[in-house]
Ligand binder design. Structure first.
Ligand SMILES: Cc1ncc(COP(=O)(O)O)c(C=O)c1O
Length: 412
C-alpha cells in the first residue's frame, strides 16, 4: 500500500525543488521569494548526490542494448543527466538505486502498480512453485475471467494479454473484422495507446512504418464533439472504431463520452475505451462504471464482438491473442490477489483521497511561492500529472520540465 508519509514527502520535495531550481530563467524570481541562504543550502545538498554506479551501467547498456533501455518511458532521453539510472530493489513505494540512494517512486511501475504489497509477491511465488505454464489451460484462467467480469457491469467476454499494446491491437483487429472497415481514430491529446505501427505511425517516431499503415489512423479532439462529427463526415463508411481513454488530463465535459458513443452508433464505428490506466484507479468497476457508460470493446468486450476471436464463430475468424507465456499462472494469481486486496482495503477510495490531499498541498505551496506561471497540475486525483511550464517558449518549457524532474529524482 502507498505509504501515508507520501503526501508529506511529495510536498516537501516540491517545495525543495522550487527553492533549489537553478535555471537562469526562473532563478531570479525564486530568489526574490526565498533567502539566498536557503537556495545555497539546498544547492549544496543537491551536489552531494552520487550516481557513479548508475553512470557506469548506463555506458555498458548503451553499448549492447539499442537505446540503452527496453521501455521507452525508462530511457535516458526521458530524464536529465546526473540523476538515478538503475533501480535495483523496492519495498512498497520506496526504491533503492544501484548507488544505494533511496527514493519514493510516485509513478510505481509506470503507473501499473498501485499496491507494492507483500501479499502480491507471495501469491506469485506460491503459483510459481506449482509450475506456472502447462500444455492446457489452468483453472485459474477461468477463475480470473469470472472475477474480472463480475467487476464490469457491461462486460460479457474477456481475453487476457501480456501488455496494453497487444490488447489494443486485438481490439482494433476485432473492430476491423466486425465493421469491415479500416480506419481507426484516436484523440490527438492522448499520447500513449500502443507501441504498434497503427499508433506509432502517427507520432514523430514513425520511421519504418509504411505510409499506407500511417494513413489508416486519424485524429479527433477529446471533449470536442464537433471534431468527432467532422471525422465521420471526412470518412463516411470508413471508420472501424474510435479509441480513447475515458479521461486523462481534462475533465470530461458536455457529456462527451455518451455523445461520441451515439455518433459511433449512428455512423457504424465501434466505441472503444482504453481502460489500461483508468480501470483500477477511477473505480474498481472501471471508469465505465464511474461515467455510467459501456463501450463496445475495452480491456473487456461484448460477447458478440469478442466471439469473432473464438472457435464457435461461424464467419471468418479473427486470430485474436495467443502467446506461449500469455496466461502463466503466477500472473493470474497476482491479478486475483490484487483484486482481493482492492476489495478488502478499499484501495480506489484511498487513492482518490490521498491524491486530493496531495493536489491541495501542492497548490498551496505553488501559490505561496508565487510559482503558478511555471507549474500546473492536471489530471485526476487518482492519477494526476504535473506539468511544469514557463510563460515563454517551448525550449524553456522543456528545460523547466527537465529541471523539475531532476529535482524530483532526489533521494529522500
Ligand atoms: C492508456 C494506455 N494504453 C495503452 C498503453 C500501452 O501499454 P503497454 O506499454 O503495456 O504496451 C499505455 C502505456 O503506457 C497506456 O498508458
Amino acid at each position: 500500500m502507498l505509504k501515508t508519509d507520501f503526501v508529506t514527502w511529495a510536498l516537501v520535495r516540491l517545495c525543495q525543488a522550487s527553492l533549489r531550481i537553478s535555471n537562469n530563467i526562473i532563478l531570479k524570481e525564486i530568489k526574490q521569494i526565498s533567502s539566498q541562504n536557503t537556495v545555497q543550502a539546498a544547492q549544496s545538498q543537491f551536489n552531494t548526490m552520487y550516481f557513479s554506479k548508475s553512470d557506469r551501467l548506463r555506458k555498458r547498456a548503451h553499448k549492447i542494448i539499442s537505446g540503452g533501455y527496453h521501455t521507452h518511458a525508462k530511457g535516458n532521453d526521458q530524464y536529465p543527466q546526473n540523476t538515478l539510472g538503475f533501480i535495483c530493489k523496492g519495498e512498497g513505494c520506496h526504491v533503492t538505486d544501484v548507488d544505494g540512494n533511496e527514493f519514493i517512486e510516485y509513478c510505481m511501475g509506470l503507473r501499473s502498480e498501485t499496491l507494492g504489497h507483500e501479499r502480491i509477491a507471495q501469491a506469485a511465488y506460491e503459483a510459481t512453485l506449482r509450475r506456472s505454464n502447462f500444455l492446457r489451460p489452468s483453472p485459474i484462467e477461468v477463475q480470473l475471467a469470472e472475477t474480472m467480469l463480475s467487476l464490469l457491469a457491461y462486460g460479457a467476454m474477456i481475453k487476457f494479454g501480456k501488455n496494453g499494446s497487444e490488447v489494443m491491437m486485438a481490439a482494433i483487429k476485432l473492430a476491423r473484422a466486425y465493421t469491415i472497415r479500416d480506419i481507426v481514430a484516436v484523440p490527438s491529446s492522448q499520447a500513449s495507446f500502443s507501441v504498434d505501427d497503427w499508433f506509432i505511425g502517427t507520432t514523430a517516431m514513425n520511421a519504418g512504418i509504411p505510409q499506407q499503415v500511417q494513413d489508416l489512423t486519424t485524429h479527433f479532439k477529446y471533449n470536442d464533439i464537433d471534431s468527432v462529427k467532422a471525422l465521420f463526415d471526412r470518412h463516411p463508411d470508413e471508420i472501424a472504431c474510435l479509441i480513447m481513454e475515458p479521461a486523462k488530463y481534462d475533465p470530461t465535459k458536455d457529456d462527451f463520452l455518451h455523445r461520441t458513443k451515439e455518433l459511433c452508433r449512428q455512423y457504424g464505428g465501434l466505441f472503444i475505451l482504453d481502460e489500461i490506466i483508468t480501470k483500477f484507479r477511477w473505480d474498481l468497476n472501471g471508469a465505465q462504471h464511474f461515467y455510467d457508460i459501456d463501450a463496445d470493446l475495452s480491456t473487456f468486450g461484448k460477447a458478440e464482438i469478442m466471439e469473432a476471436g473464438g472457435i464457435k464463430y461461424n464467419k471468418e475468424r479473427v486470430f485474436l491473442l495467443s502467446q506461449s507465456f500469455g496466461t502463466v499462472t503466477s500472473s493470474m494469481a497476482v491479478a486475483l490477489e490484487t483484486i482481493q486486496i482492492y476489495q478488502e482495503e478499499n484501495v480506489v477510495d484511498y487513492m482518490w483521497d490521498i491524491g486530493r490531499k496531495l493536489e491541495q498541498g501542492i497548490k498551496e505551496i505553488v501559490k505561496e511561492l508565487k510559482f503558478g506561471g511555471y507549474f500546473t497540475i492536471n489530471g485526476y486525483p487518482c492519477a494526476w500529472y504535473s506539468v511544469p511550464m514557463t510563460k515563454t517558449n517551448n525550449t524553456q518549457k522543456s528545460s523547466v520540465r527537465f529541471l523539475f524532474r531532476k529535482q524530483l529524482s532526489k533521494a529522500c
